[in-house]
Design a protein around this ligand. Structure first.
Ligand code: SF4
Ligand code: SF4
Length: 446
């Protein structure tokens, strides 16, 4: 029997149109824009300057603090600029711009497709290699992986949960990774399991991916300490707190870290990046991206180089012309899935280490229905996986009643959008809660 989490949740239409599309190598662009803000925490500090030549895999920036990550060049070529450039949201961030020449890799990186099963590194070396390779969480948050694998004093990991749920509609990159590179994902998981102190390993996969469940079950038979847990399809099962609840039946308390339940959650994409970092000496310079829409000709999975401009994918897929205009069929580009993704306002901005999807929406899909008055139906509260009362938080946010928002646990909101999805009055609950959370956070920092 498949398990699931205990509070709230919704069942949006899957729309995983690109599920059966094998991952294709996306062409290397002429120029990449590598952001220094690719991870949670302090931005990285560039160590290259204009005119420097770089190879693929070469370090171009060092961590800017304890919670930060190394950044590497995803291409070979010449540094054209180190300056502020817009990201896909239009926000200017420090960026290393590289003009591409050829595809020359740093010596010592193993690029062969042979799978390296044997683990010879110690747990401490594993964590050092993960940090040096700039690995960050690829489930969306981009939290530096080496930090997450070093639980704070007083906490102890008992379980490593690999997140293979991919519960957001449309997204298929994790699914393709599991069925095309399940072995490498498992070796990456095994490295992290050992690094955490020989904890138990669990892979959580939703039951709309039976092929991935079967394949990973077959693979774990050769590994002690691993099990695959099939999960009922339900959004937002990929949220860390929901996944821990679904798999272990343990709840993460308010303001506590997931490690308080004894669990460390890592995405399957992160496990693959750990495999490459430790077994192949390859830094995190590429990832898999789903480019999808309702149009059957635009439903693909690509392996891309970090820093490729978003518009390159849109032009290659036929969704954008060479002048940078979307074709009339589409009006909106979303970076990520339809539930938690962010609208792309600057298509010249680059994809990052943790970018997992570009979704193209038609006018009909993107158009917001007219907002009506709240009818106090309580559907938003029923759907909230954090047990919050979104209608109340919305009213408090509109009235800027910050203290009461805090008392009603606004900081527990994981911005999943279940409330917005369920509201028959089309009230923009999520938008308002995001604004209120940010304002309250800024206030606290002051
Ligand atoms: S966005 Fe926040 S308030 Fe709305 S359902 Fe998700 S967790 Fe609850
Ligand atoms: S779902 Fe919408 S209409 Fe119903 S109580 Fe919540 S905010 Fe009001």
């Amino acid at each position: 029997m498949s398990r699931t989490f205990s509070v709230g949740g919704i069942h949006p239409d899957d729309s995983k149109f690109s599920m059966n599309q094998a991952v294709e190598e996306f062409p290397i662009p002429k120029r990449v824009f590598i952001s220094m803000n690719q991870h949670l925490g302090a931005p990285a500090k560039p160590i290259v300057t204009k005119g420097d030549t770089v190879k693929v895999g070469q370090t171009i920036a060092e961590p800017g603090g304890f919670i930060s990550a190394w950044v590497h060049s995803s291409v070979s070529g010449t540094v054209a600029d180190v300056a502020l450039y817009p990201d896909f949201l239009g926000k200017k961030v420090l960026t290393v711009v590289i003009d591409v020449t050829g595809d020359e890799w740093l010596p010592g990186i193993d690029r062969s497709p042979d799978i390296k099963n044997e683990i010879t590194v110690s747990p401490a070396e594993t964590i050092t290699k993960i940090a040096a390779a700039g690995v960050v969480g690829l489930g969306g948050a981009a939290f530096p992986t080496h930090v997450k694998l070093s639980p704070p004093p007083g906490s102890k990991a008992e379980y490593l949960i690999l997140n293979g749920t991919e519960c957001e509609p449309y997204l298929t990159s994790d699914y393709r990774l599991m069925i095309e590179h399940g072995q490498e994902v498992l070796i990456g998981g095994e490295l992290m399991r050992r690094a955490l102190g020989d904890v138990r390993g669990i892979i959580g996969i939703e039951d709309n991916k039976p092929k991935a469940i079967r394949y990973m079950q077959q693979l774990v038979e050769n590994y002690l300490g691993w099990t695959v847990v099939p999960l009922k399809r339900r959004y937002p099962q990929g949220g860390e707190k929901q996944l821990i609840d679904a798999v272990l039946k343990r709840r993460v308390p308010s303001f506590a870290l997931p490690i308080s339940t004894g669990a460390v959650v890592q995405n399957v994409g992160t496990a693959f990046a750990v495999y490459e970092a430790v077994q192949k000496n390859k830094p995190l310079i590429s990832n898999i991206l789903t480019v999808t829409s309702q149009d059957p000709t635009i439903q693909k999975n690509y392996r891309f180089r970090v820093g490729t401009p978003v518009q390159e994918f849109l032009i290659a897929s036929g969704a954008m012309d060479h002048e940078g205009k979307l074709i009339p069929a589409f009006t909106k580009i979303v970076n990520g899935g339809p539930m938690m993704g962010k609208p792309v306002s600057e298509p010249a901005g680059p994809v990052m280490k943790s970018t997992s999807a570009l979704l193209l929406l038609t006018d009909k899909q993107a158009r917001r229905k007219e907002e009506q008055n709240c009818i106090r139906c309580g559907k938003c509260a029923q759907a909230c996986p954090m047990g919050l009362e979104p209608y109340l938080l919305y009213r408090l946010a509109m009235a800027s009643r910050v203290e009461e928002m805090d008392e009603n646990r606004i900081f527990d909101c994981i911005e999943c959008g279940c409330c917005l999805y369920s509201c028959p009055a089309y009230i923009p609950l999520l938008d308002q809660l995001r604004i209120a959370k940010n304002a309250s956070l800024k206030n606290k920092r002051k």
